[in-house]
Structure formats: C-alpha cells, structure tokens
Design a protein around this ligand. Structure first.
Ligand code: G3P
Length: 217
C-alpha cells in the first residue's frame, strides 16, 4: 500500500518525507488556497517545490472543466516535473481528457469519484489512479469503505490496472480499513499516518525495558 499525504503544506510534506514511508502527495485547489497559494505562476511553482521534497507522485489538479482547457492545463502541469500526475475531475469532458492523457502516456488521477460506475469509467478511460472520496461519503451517511470494496471487486474482475487511491481519509482507522480492502494507495492528513505508530502497550513496554536496563547498569 502506498502512503500519500493530502496537503499543500510544505512543512507537513517534509515531516512525512522524513518519516521515511511517504510515497507521494495529493493536492487540490482547496488545499492550495488553505496555504495561501494563489495565482497560476505561484501554484505551478508550489507544485515544483513539492516535487523537490518527495520522491513519489504529486497530483496537480486542472481547473478547466472543458476538454480543450483540461488538455492545455494538464500538458502544462505534466511538463513541470516528471513526478506530476494530472488530476482530472469525473465529469464528461474529464473522461475524454483521461483517455487523451492516457494515449499520450501522461499519468492521471481521476478525482471526485463517489460511485462504482464512475470508477469503472475512469478505468476504461485509462486513468492511472482513481480517487474515491470515502470521508465525504461518510459525511452524508453513506458507507465510504463499501465504495472502496466495490471498486476493488470490479477492477479485479477485469484486471484493470488503475490504482485505487482511497481519498478523503480522515483518520487512522480509515487507513487500516482501506488496507484490509486492498486499496492500492491512501491519501490523508499526516495525523492519519502517524496514528498507526501509537499504542499504549508499546510506550509502557519501552518504559519498563529502559527502567530494567538502568537497574542492571
Ligand atoms: O484527496 C481528496 C481530499 O482532498 C478530500 O478530502 O477531507 O476535504 O474530504 P476532504
């Protein structure tokens, strides 16, 4: 399972990278705005800054919603850095753009996916990653994890190579559950990854080992 961090915050990305288990970064226009990154040139520069911190894939989202615009922006983004993956929304022209980019060998992440049918379309169009937003489904009383399971089943039935990128992860149990269900990638806040290392018995056990060591030395 690959671990991505879902943020445009460079300090958090550095922290995650230093932990040694980071495989990539996802961003979106809201996350960019949260960091105060505005204006096309600043946004493009920020993507390059992120690529220079991490070793893996960095998703950069198109803003256009028409095919021509998505192609123009996507090609510009993909030329920024070889780690860039073009993030395309699951809309009609988005499907066409996924196919266009796939034919050109440009890697893509199909975002804003909320149903198995949308995930099937993304795979048919050749998306590299598909991003089901499980936390946002949970927010509206719908089982987000069930969507991950349904997509896994469909992709395995036909051996689709599109990777399931479980997105909108909110906490550590989401990470564990997605791992059990066979999601290829998770993306969430750094806290959802850091939560994996916590266990009170580890802390108690370590304190006892150190105490016993001191007694004998
Ligand atoms: O990767 C998708 C993500 O950015 C959405 O997360 O927490 O805003 O639903 P959230």
């Amino acid at each position: 399972m690959k671990f991505f961090i879902d943020t445009a915050n460079l300090d958090q990305i550095r922290d995650a990278q230093e932990l040694g288990v980071l495989d990539g970064v996802t961003t979106n226009p809201s996350l960019m705005a949260k960091e105060g990154i505005t204006g096309r040139n600043n946004i493009l520069k920020h993507y390059v800054d992120i690529c220079n911190i991490v070793d893996g894939d960095v998703s950069a989202e198109v803003i256009a919603t028409d095919l021509k615009g998505m192609i123009r922006e996507g090609e510009e983004l993909s030329e920024l850095h070889d780690q860039i993956v073009v993030k395309v929304p699951m809309i009609r022209d988005g499907v066409k753009a996924l196919k266009y980019f796939s034919d050109k060998g440009i890697r893509t992440n199909c975002t804003l996916v909320f149903s198995p049918g949308q995930a099937l379309l993304a795979a048919k169009a050749g998306a590299t990653y598909v991003s089901p937003f499980l936390g946002r489904l949970d927010d509206v009383s719908t089982d987000g994890l069930n969507l991950i399971a349904e997509i896994r089943l469909i992709y395995d039935n036909y051996d689709f190579q599109t990777q399931i990128l479980a997105a909108s992860i909110r906490h550590t149990m989401h990470v564990i559950d997605c791992a059990k269900l066979g999601a290829d990638v998770m993306t969430g806040p750094l806290s959802s990854i850091e939560g994996l290392l916590k266990h009170p018995l580890t802390d108690i056990g370590l304190a006892k080992f150190l105490e016993d060591y001191k007694k004998g030395n």
